[in-house]
Design a protein around this ligand. Sequence first.
Ligand code: DSN
Length: 431
Amino acid sequence: MSAVETPTPTQPHTNPLDADPDIHRLIKAEAERQEHTLEMIASENHTSAAVMAANGSCLTNKYCEGYPKKRYYSGCEFYDDIEQIAIDRVNQLFGCQYANVQPHSGANANLAAFAAVLEPGDTFLSVVLSDGGHLTHGSTVNYSGKWFKPVHYPLVYDESRDDFGCIDYDAVDALAAEHQPKLILCGYSAYPRTINFERFRQAADSCGALLMADIAHIAGLVAGGAHPSPFPHCDIVTTTTHKTLRGPRGGLIMTNSEDLAKKIDRAVFPGTQGGPLMNTIAGKAICFGEALRDDFKTYAANVVANAQSLAAALIDKGWELTSRGTDNHLIVVDFTRTHPDLTGKDAANWLETAGIISSKSTVPNDQRSPFVTSGVRLGTPALTTRGLNEDDMKTVADLIDRVWNSAGDEATLKAVRSDVVDLCKQHPMPH
Ligand code: DSN
């Protein structure tokens, strides 16, 4: 009997990506871009080397449909442990009893949550989308808006009120009474203020609705104690894992109800997804472990302090913010009154040329389309990860102010670009 032949080893590479120079070149270029720009997209962050290593590990090779100890494939022993560690850490971190760590994204998490508790045609309440909601909260171009019936609640638009720009909780009550929704959704993509989950619970109880929070943006602040927890007030909580929580790109659904947990598990798999991304679930487990450490509390507090410092500096320079400030990790600059000719699109493009990466944003009562907009959303999670502090935020506000006041002047953008690179060099990427 002949011996089994050993396969010829592949050529050794100094870096495995040398095997594909085209992609390697682009990844290196992207690393360089991240190193030398200020990342101020409120939904982005710089995750740890450990998270990235897990995400790029051999775990990507495996199919694991099902849940721990209930898989459809053999060979899942280590994956059961990884997924269970992720679940246990979520429960500890957010103070809940059940977690599904398999959603591939926040959009998938929201779709599965809706599928778990709503029937086609059912009514739910969510915020007016241009006031800070998300595509998956009932947009007409998303299945949440095609399959279900969203009714949108407003912010307080009366400038004489102290809660100008905050959720209009009385309007939520009134719409709940009028429409008897099956579910009320809170949690937003461009809302700078604290969410009063207790107040939403009262509204939900008044009409017998379930209360769902999408905490994708604020999850890291909740985990780090810098924003109140949606538990015990909410029935279902969805989130992404890659924003303030600083993990790999992915989604997560949590609940305290055994009955809802079963429905959610079925809605994720087999309802809306197939095989879970186990490499990403390992990255999520690492991120949850990192967020359980005391230094994550400091990080979360610093994210908020930095956003408040940035907000104060921009207000000092005459820029207006929605709700006139922030309680969390983001601000939305509203050009409507102070610079009516400036669009969010131009403002974000000029910042990008200068090395400051942001996102255009609709503002309450925006008359411009979502492709143009009258505002820019700025966040501090990524800059805080790089170690920038409240004083640095004043410098960043100066840079932004110079860019916007220049009306896109090329020489100014070039000069700011150079100052941005200097600031980035003082705060190298933390890995
Ligand atoms: N696209 C994300 C954001 O920027 O807020 C939400 O999913």
